[in-house]
Design a protein around this ligand. Structure first.
Ligand code: ZN
Length: 261
């Protein structure tokens, strides 16, 4: 059994979950969060034994930075109403984690855009603190060197903002030096099956107890089964058995999201 720690099942049409992969269903925007709750509620297998959980599948709900840009306006009052709506929806559905939330400096074009992302991310961190939940982080640096209004490094800023909390870097795209800082702070890193020199170094430096696997389907992998590629990748880099990596990453996911299979 493999736990796909990050899949957007709300985007999957005509997909039936296989027995080999267990999903953590993740929101992306406000609209999709409703579907995430629906999917979790109607999950066919009821393997979650932890009675404190409301749904068959673990879920993460949050407002992603892309949504902050799309939905927020320049009027503070309008934003306050929107934020309150989001917060009460998330709270009432008792997620296992707050996410995916964070900073995406690839999509931010102006200082105001950065401000909107910051406002939403700070609010999400507040809910996580209040509900004592872990945080699933979406992070992307600014690839554009000459955009003076948008800082280059989102990951450093995020590390600073979530210090002292339980967090997971989903689709981690930072370097190995930042990965070291993340696990020194107690953070977790989620790996997908895409191969790159940088990612290989990250897998090398992060200890097995801090690694999770994901498909990020359907955006990156086609389906949750793609999380198997990530298991195979870690096994290859760390010179371990596939089964061993599958078991440890499953254990890590259950610990991070607080559920039992
Ligand atoms: Zn995602």
């Amino acid at each position: 059994m493999i736990v796909d720690s990050h899949c957007h099942l709300f985007e999957m049409k005509n997909y039936t979950l296989s027995e080999e992969v267990y999903p953590v269903v993740v929101g992306y925007s406000h609209g999709s969060n409703k579907k995430v709750v629906e999917i979790a509620r109607n999950g066919k297998t009821n393997k979650t034994t932890n009675p404190s959980h409301k749904y068959p599948y673990p879920i993460a709900l949050g407002i992603a930075p892309q949504t902050a840009l799309k939905e927020l306006q320049d009027s503070e009052r309008a934003n306050e109403t929107k934020l309150n709506e989001w917060v009460s929806f998330i709270k009432s559905n008792e997620p296992n984690a707050i996410g995916e939330v964070g900073l995406d400096y690839k999509w931010a074009q102006t200082k105001a855009d950065v401000g909107k992302q910051m406002l939403v991310f700070n609010t999400m961190i507040e809910i996580a603190d209040e509900m004592e939940l872990p945080i699933v982080i979406h992070s992307r640096n600014n690839p554009n060197d000459n955009a003076a209004d948008v800082p280059k490094n989102a990951i450093d800023k995020i590390i600073e903002m979530v210090e002292g909390r339980k967090f997971l870097m989903h689709f981690y795209s930072g370097n190995d030096e930042q990965a070291k800082r993340i696990f020194d702070m107690g953070g977790y890193v989620s790996i997908m099956g895409l191969r790159s020199k940088e990612r290989r170094k990250v897998i090398e430096v992060v200890p097995m107890e801090k690694l999770l696997v994901e498909s990020d389907c359907p955006y990156v992998g086609k389906a949750p089964e793609a999380a198997k590629d990530a298991v195979a990748y870690i096994a290859e880099v760390k010179n371990l058995d596939f089964e061993e990596v599958a078991a440890q990453t499953t254990k890590n996911a259950m610990k991070f999201f607080n559920f039992q299979i």
